[in-house]
Design a protein around this ligand. Structure first.
Ligand SMILES: [Zn+2]
Ligand SMILES: [Zn+2]
Length: 114
């Protein structure tokens, strides 16, 4: 959805500009092999990755229209694209997609259910 595309911004933790390597220990650095936060990666911090200008997986959520909205009673619930104040559904990346190390992005694993 074009109206959701944010402009690239610097890493909120280490302030790396888009295309630059994250600082060591940055909370938003991801492992290029697993797509997981580097903090929980088995590589022990050796996996350098670059800040793309957006959170890892955010572009995929927008591409697939995976959105959540905060409901006062139900908490975060799925919602259609274009909903005011919607946020990308990063949790769904863990259940309906997998990290592709060659493409350096998530690919869907639930295509058969569409
Ligand atoms: Zn960073
Ligand atoms: Zn790693």
């Amino acid at each position: 959805m074009a109206d959701h595309d944010p402009h690239p911004f610097n890493c909120p933790d280490c302030a790396a500009a888009p295309g630059q390597l994250h600082e060591g220990g940055c909370d938003h650095a991801h492992c290029p092999d697993t797509g997981r936060p580097r903090a929980v990666c088995e590589h022990d911090g050796a996996c350098a990755s670059r800040w793309s200008g957006d959170f890892v997986g955010a572009a995929e959520c927008r591409e697939w229209d995976w959105w959540l909205i905060e409901d006062p009673e139900l908490g975060l619930v799925p919602c259609p694209a274009g909903t005011k104040d919607a946020i990308e559904d990063f949790n769904r990346l863990l259940t309906h997609a997998r990290w592709d190390a060659d493409l350096q992005r998530y690919v869907r694993t639930d295509l058969t259910t569409i």
